[in-house]
Design a protein around this ligand. Sequence first.
Ligand code: FAD
Length: 475
Amino acid sequence: MHLVWFRRDLRGLDNRALSAASDASEPVVGIFIETPEQWASHHLSPKQAGLIKARLDALREELSAKNIPLVVERAADFPQSAEKVADYAHRIGATAVFANKEYELNESKRDEQACAALADKGIAWYAYDDRNLFAPGTIKSGKGEPYKVFTPFKKACLRALDGMDVSPCQKPSKRETNSAVDAIFSQLQPIHFDYPMEDVSDWASDEKGILAHMRRYCREQVADYKRQRDFPAVDATSQLSPYLAIGALSPRQCLARLQEEQADWREPDTGAATWLSELIWRDFYQEVSAQNPAISKKYSFLAWGESVVWDNDPTLFEAWKTGKTGFPIVDAAMHQLNQTGWMHNRLRMIVASFLTKDLLIDWRWGEDYFMSKLIDGDFASNNGGWQWSASVGTDAQPYFRIFNPTTQGERFDSDGRFIRRWLPALKEVPGKHIHNPWQWADKYAQSLDYPRPVVDHATQRKKALAIFEAAKNQP
Ligand code: FAD
């Protein structure tokens, strides 16, 4: 018997651990461990928990068509989950446990514990690099070192695409069943999570629906990606991040379909090439997080980042979280996040810059809040995005380049279509005033059920420059 331990790889296709476990004629059983305490300490959002649960329900059905039962158990935390898997493997007489690697610090420790507990019981442990296009550590500079800057990393990835097999792996064949597998099937209980969950019925959770979404995007929309991707009122990005984050879809599946549908995927400046760049950003942040354990402990990548003296005003933080800052593009974005669990990338950059450079609040507060809301929360991408915005990460936005939230709004939501969608209080404000509604209201004596700006951008900008410079110049 082979046991496959599913984690953030909730798919039956292009799953290297599952594929390897199904290579021989052995029966295969899947297991997933819910770890509510660990999830709470990582701020896992109820939206993402809902998607994981919905995906597990669907995956159980998909795997059972191949005679692979999927068992779901509960453990408080990671160490307990390692023990639980080892005990379960022993109980069902598994000869080996197969899993896809997770590169974060706690996850790696958990896997070391699992490997040791299994070895004590004489059970083999096989772990696979599955999460990325290129496994952390495989793309190295000419000096054999990991890259710290995105563009050369991307170039090296594109060169490597010629020589490295990143094609999807073999799908598991239907297994022969036996009495032991039948017994496991007969004992399966409906999946129940002991963790808060929110409705995710807007998102497909079955393999067919997820693949159809990805294929449609690669066929019909990706060509326009470069031109349209920065405008939040247009649905021009793929919105596949929730699936990539929980492994319901792999980046290799995305790349294979992109290559099939878009012959110009290698031509610079095409929609397809730009989209591939974003998938490579995902790999880049995984690489950074895997190579730098301090990232998992939430230290700034740049050491001086730890010397920034933040204001950390709780009232301003509350205004940011609830979309009541008086800056329409920021508030509309936060409403999108709070209501749907997803936020457009341009807006993530705007609200993160606003929190750190206008409100002078520690990026880690924003990072945790994002995780607690995002349906696509992914530690490496979220941490990377926050450190980039706060100018303390690797290859980050320089600290003196500070987004002006009003001009960002004017540039990327010029007619205010996105703002009006999320802030009905501003519906009547004329287009040319939508980014400065109080100027209009005061001038024309209009009443507005909308907060006045909680800070003055020009003042805060100067303050931010001073505190960042001071941190940088610390001996
Ligand atoms: P598309 O534009 O269609 O891109 C395709 C895929 O590429 C995405 O699904 C995603 O997996 C990957 N990708 C795109 N942009 C990035 C990027 N900048 N960094 C890393 N991967 C990227 N992404 C997450 O998946 N989870 C997070 O928790 C997360 N937090 C972020 C926090 C901040 C402050 C910032 C600035 C960015 C964050 N991102 C995060 C990156 C990015 O915003 C989202 O991946 C993207 O908006 C998802 O939408 P999409 O699927 O339509 O992306």
